[in-house]
Design a protein around this ligand. Sequence first.
Ligand SMILES: [Zn+2]
Length: 377
Amino acid sequence: MGKIFIALLTMLCISCNTPDHPGNKVWAWMSGANSMTAEQWDYYFKKSSEAGIDAILLECHGGYPKTPDDTTSFRDSAAIEIITSALPYAKKYHIELHAWIWTMNRTEMNLRKAHPEWYQVNAAGESCLDIKLYNREHYRWLCPSRSETLNYLKERVAELAEIEGLAGVHLDFIRYPDAILPYALHESRHVVQDRVYPLWDFCYCPVCRGRFKALSGMDPLDLEDPTSNEAWMQYRWDVLSYVAGELCLEIKKHGKTASIAVFATPEESKKLVRQDWAGFKNVDVFFPMIYHKFYGWDDERVLSATKEGVRALKAAEAGGYLCSGLFAGHVPPERLQEFIQYTAEGGSRGICFFSVQEIDRIPGYWEAIRKRFGAQP
Ligand SMILES: [Zn+2]
């Protein structure tokens, strides 16, 4: 009886985005581009508003950013332009707008040209600028140990966070490249990853090796099985957590919400992408991307993954709250309610959909969300 009552209560609460329940929002990620027309902006924000979406995480710096040739000024004017183009529509339809950026994964050509030494190096001694990791042009990753990296990212975050009317900055790709890809992707990407291989094991740049040696007396390149060396794993987790915490602090200094997109569970994140997100400080909202089919998981794992994240944040006294992210393509519109129930039972505050464009692509999706969260006639 008690369990049913709690389930009903969580079902009710997820839709009541009143001042009494400010955390229970309906969120969605959305791609942005400088080429988007007024009609496109209006269409997506109107559809989102009608469906009951409260907040949009708008991608303004992704894998293929528009960057100038200038290697002396790195101000991300293209990202700022995307946000300022979208803001009037967010305001018109009463949607909270957050600037979503890729963080450690930075592909801008001017930065690559000016500072190739800031990029991560694998255990085989190859820079991620010199190889096409996973055959992806956009897999170019900054080293978290370098103060230059942190300063650069702080500047990019600050220039967005100071935009008037913006609610927050959302950090994605705040991790290392995949040491191991999510399990269900191995076949389609033609990789064998029964363990961590040097090609996919980062960062062994001179700065990381030097800093770790100063701490432990060991050169990580001398380790026979680096993944089983706790100190070396811990070093990489910690240095990334430090960067995440500092960037979130920068966002908050501007009075904005700091949020992050992370892998599905704390344990999988640590293992696959060396992201110990439960240990990140200064985060207001954690969005685990519980895209369960990429992991080859059953649907019910959405519940247990949410629960694991909530538990880990509580244990780490992280401060922020968790909002589960669902991949629309993995959640049929007719079963939306079932999946929302999984996240609510797991302890998620609100729900986040990937993505506005994905929702728009799948017949019946807008209607399903509107039926669940939109204003009733
Ligand atoms: Zn490094």
